[in-house]
Each structure stands twice: as structure tokens, then as C-alpha cells.
Design a protein around this ligand. Structure first.
Ligand code: KG4
Ligand code: ZN
Length: 335
């Protein structure tokens, strides 16, 4: 099976060519055109600029992903149709519909969160069921993955997503967008115990909350004096390290609780924040302590990529779940 995957859900235009032989996926290409440079000067994603850039990039990115492969030789094309920024999603969906119609190949619709939840399969073979923590810029949820296309959400954030909190705190520290990866590096140089930021454990639930932590960082910085001035490097390092310690403590503790409550001894993490080195380290230690299997995709498969969409699409295509020309983009789309 040869599948083309397309993801334009946020600010990266991505296309991937994936082959599946005897059930094992092999990523042939995974092209990602980042828009960071465009959005950096605004301190965050400007949706209108994002969709315009997708329009410019979708054809060259798909062409690069296909390489010398002829579109007619594809088994199907899988496109992410939500959740995400509506203008961005529409570019991918409209392109995929026209492409499939013109080349007479089947179209498959994939939920972006399904892509993140199945990304571990690109490099490993987790057995079912497994728990999956999806931590991205728009979502923070724990799912029970019973089988392909059989998912249960156990809990989710009640306010900010973890990645959103990372990006907002990064901005407060004067770091350029996207702040998450820069916070990760800075946190590595600071003292995680220097400031005791609050941890919202929300006991007896699988839910999360990160807005109080964000406010605590704001209050801490205001307490330091002139909030209009950027903080010094030393302060920024310790704030980043202490913030990261609070976020990762909560994420790890929740997963630990989910393992205890469900008795499931396989855990995967996915989404942009799963690329965080501090989170991986703490999750690995926890998995070792409980002797459970842990699946953490390589950073390129944690952050948005079309290979994960191609894989999820291949599974749906195998089950004959194809989409028609009435497929529409959906900004809000639960898994
Ligand atoms: O999954 P993703 O690429 O896009 C969404 O679906 O949202 O996740 C993007 C989020 C951003 O908030 C970004 O700052 C965060 O993931 N992120 C990180 C790291 N790499 C990306 N956060 C913390 N540490 C990282 N290394
Ligand atoms: Zn994502």
C-alpha cells in the first residue's frame, strides 16, 4: 500500500509518502514547510497569514513528498480535516479533494488527534490497549487506545493546553515564537527547584489545568519589579526550569494514576510537547519504576507531520473508510 498524507492543520504545511508492507509502515518522505519565520514577528500564529502560506506551499510540498512517484500509483491520499485552524485545514482538504478527483484515487479523512495517538506505530509496534497522552499546542488529553479507530478519552485540560502554556510563558520571558522548544533548552540550564510553582493535580480525575500555573509565572515576574523590562538570562533560566518541572510533574503523575486506575501497562506520548527532553526523561523514569512499556516517538513524529496522517489514513483505508467530495474541514473535532 502506498499512501500520501497531508496535514495543514496549523502553521506547518506537511506531506508524506508512506508505504505499508505486511502491516509495517515505512516512511519514504516526510516533508515539512515551517511558517515560524512568518509568525515570529507577531509573537504567535496569525491564522489568515497561515492559510495564505499553505496555499503557496501545498503544491511544492506535495510534489517534493511524491518525488518520482506518480500520483496514479498511490493507493489513496489521506488528509487531516480537523481539529485545527479552519482556514489552514480548508487548504489541505480542498487540495486533497481536487487531487484525488483529478487523479482518480481514493480520499481518506483523518482526525489530527488520531495521527498523534498512532504516531508511535511509525517506529514501533505497541500492542493494544495502550494509554496515550496527547500534549500539543491545542490539546492535552489522556486516551485509552483500544484498537485502531477505537478510542476513549479519559480526561482533558479544562483550560489551557500544555503547549499553549509553554508558548505563553516563553513570550513572558521574551523568547521568540514558537517558544516551547526554546523553553526546553533554557530549562535545561536552570534550577528546577528555584521557584515552587503550583501543580494542579485535580485528584480523582484524568483532567488537567494549566492556567493557574501560567498566572503564577506572571505574578512571580511582576513581583520581581519592572514588568515592562525583559528579565535577565539567569532569572529566565530558573523560571523556565521551575515551570517545566511543574508541567512535567503533573503530566507524569496523571499518567501514573491512569496506569493504576486502568491496569494498562503500555503508555505512549504524542504531540509537540512530547518532544520535550525534560518530559521524556521524567516519563522514562516513571515507566522504569512501574516496569511498563513506554513509547515516545522521535521529535519529528511528535510535532505536526503528515507521516502520522498517512499511517492513520492507511488503517482507515484498509477498513474501506473513504471520504467523498462532500468532506469538509472542521475546526472543532473530538477524537
Ligand atoms: O503537535 P504540535 O506540533 O501542533 C499542535 O497540534 O498544536 O504542537 C505544537 C506545540 C507548541 O505549543 C510548541 O511550543 C510545543 O508543541 N512544543 C514544545 C516542544 N516542541 C514543541 N513544548 C515543549 N518542549 C518542546 N521541545
Ligand atoms: Zn498537532
Amino acid at each position: 500500500m502506498l499512501i500520501l498524507g497531508i496535514d495543514t492543520s496549523c502553521d506547518d504545511t506537511s506531506a508524506s509518502l508512506l508505504s505499508i508492507e505486511n502491516g509495517r509502515p515505512s516512511v519514504i518522505t516526510n516533508v515539512i514547510s515551517s511558517q515560524s519565520e512568518i509568525h515570529t514577528k507577531y509573537g504567535g500564529i496569525v491564522p489568515e497569514l497561515a492559510s495564505r502560506r499553505h496555499i503557496e506551499m501545498i503544491v511544492p510540498v506535495v510534489a517534493e513528498a511524491l518525488g518520482s512517484t506518480r500520483p496514479e500509483d498511490l493507493s489513496a491520499a489521506a488528509v487531516c480535516y480537523g481539529p485545527g485552524l479552519i482556514g489552514s485545514l480548508l487548504v489541505g482538504v480542498s487540495f486533497a479533494k481536487s487531487f484525488c478527483w483529478a487523479k482518480k484515487i481514493p480520499l481518506v479523512a483523518v482526525n489530527h488527534l488520531e495521527g498523534h495517538a498512532l504516531a508511535p506505530f511509525l517506529e514501533a509496534s505497541p500492542g493494544f490497549p495502550y494509554l496515550c497522552l496527547v500534549v500539543s499546542g491545542g490539546h492535552t488529553s489522556i486516551y485509552k487506545i483500544n484498537d485502531f479507530a477505537d478510542y476513549e478519552e479519559l480526561g482533558r485540560t479544562r483550560d489551557d493546553a500544555a503547549g499553549e502554556a509553554y508558548d505563553k510563558v516563553a513570550k513572558l520571558l521574551g523568547l521568540e515564537y514558537p517558544g516551547g522548544p526554546k523553553m526546553d533548552r533554557l530549562a535545561n540550564e536552570g534550577n528546577p527547584k528555584s521557584i515552587r510553582f503550583p501543580r494542579a493535580y485535580l485528584p480523582e480525575t484524568f483532567d488537567f489545568s494549566f492556567s493557574g500555573l501560567k498566572t503564577a509565572v506572571v505574578n512571580h515576574l511582576v513581583g520581581l519589579g519592572d514588568s515592562a523590562k525583559p528579565v535577565g538570562q539567569e532569572i529566565a533560566r530558573d523560571v523556565a526550569a521551575s515551570f517545566q518541572a511543574a508541567v512535567t510533574d503533573v503530566l507524569v503523575r496523571k499518567c501514573e494514576w491512569a496506569i493504576r486506575q486502568t491496569g494498562i501497562r503500555r503508555l505512549a506520548i504524542g504531540g509537540g510537547v512530547a518532544a520535550n527532553a525534560g518530559l521524556k526523561e521524567k516519563m522514562t523514569a516513571m515507566a522504569k519504576k512501574h516496569e511498563i512499556e513506554l513509547f515516545v516517538p522521535s521529535p519529528r513524529y511528535c510535532t505536526d507531520n503528515a507521516a502520522m496522517i498517512a499511517f492513520a489514513g492507511a488503517k482507515r483505508f484498509k477498513n474501506k473508510q473513504t471520504a467523498g467530495p462532500d468532506l469538509n474541514a472542521q475546526a472543532y473535532l473530538p477524537l
